[in-house]
Each structure stands twice: as structure tokens, then as C-alpha cells.
Design a binder for this molecule. Structure first.
Ligand code: AMP
Length: 110
């Protein structure tokens, strides 16, 4: 059994409603939303973090897919966050882009 929870979501082993999906990435709602709309976009392939993602075409695709996902959700104003490493708040070690929207965002983030 693959121990990576996001791999299991991406493969369909764990039944999850995707708000966006394409050949390389899927997006689904965060289980602990930090905004009225909070979606995670992940690559289908396992990449532990941004620091280990050397695949520039994939990274470009994920950013474009994040914009498509936000548009699908009807968001015009949103924040995209990639926590990288435990000190930055990364808790799941499968690369993911947080897409947050539906409220006014503070800056700087905590
Ligand atoms: P991070 O702390 O940046 O690694 O973000 C991981 C995110 O994954 C957190 O916001 C969690 O709430 C979310 N999360 C963890 N497990 C699941 C799950 N099974 N389904 C949806 N979101 C999850």
C-alpha cells in the first residue's frame, strides 16, 4: 500500500471529489479549509516538495492548472501557496499548491 495520502487520492484509491483534473494534476477540497474556498492542487506523480521538483514543465503546468482551477471555482481573487519544509508549515510531503479564496487575505502571512 502506498503510504502517501496524496498519491492515494491522485490514483483514485481514496475516493475524492476532484474540482479539477487533467493528465498531470488533480485538485480537491482541503479537509481543514482555511478560507471559504480552499483547494489543493497536486501532481499525479509523487514529488515530495517544491525543493525536490526539478521538472520545470510540470511546475509550469501546475501554475497554469492552479489558475484554471481558480477560474473553475469562480475565483477572480485568490492566493496560491506552496509550503516547503516543516518550518514553513509543510505537513504532507507530496507537492501541493494551496488555492485559497473567498475572503480578504492578510499580508504578510503568519
Ligand atoms: P501543508 O501543511 O502545506 O503540507 O498542507 C497540507 C494540507 O493537506 C493541509 O491543509 C491539510 O488540511 C490537507 N489535508 C491533509 N489530508 C487531507 C485529505 N485526506 N484530504 C484533503 N486535505 C487534506
Amino acid at each position: 500500500m502506498d503510504p502517501c495520502i496524496f498519491c492515494r487520492i491522485a490514483s483514485g484509491e481514496l475516493k475524492t471529489d476532484f474540482v479539477y483534473a487533467d493528465e498531470f494534476a488533480v485538485a480537491f477540497r482541503d479537509i481543514q479549509p482555511q478560507a471559504p474556498l480552499h483547494v489543493l492542487l497536486i501532481p499525479r506523480t509523487h514529488v515530495a516538495s517544491l525543493a525536490e521538483a526539478g521538472d520545470e514543465p510540470l511546475l509550469g503546468h501546475l501554475l497554469a492548472a492552479a489558475a484554471r482551477t481558480a477560474a473553475t471555482l469562480g475565483l477572480t481573487d485568490y492566493r496560491v501557496v506552496i509550503n516547503t519544509g516543516p518550518q514553513a508549515g509543510q505537513s504532507v510531503f507530496h507537492l501541493h499548491l494551496h488555492i485559497l479564496g473567498g475572503r480578504t487575505m492578510a499580508w504578510p502571512p503568519g
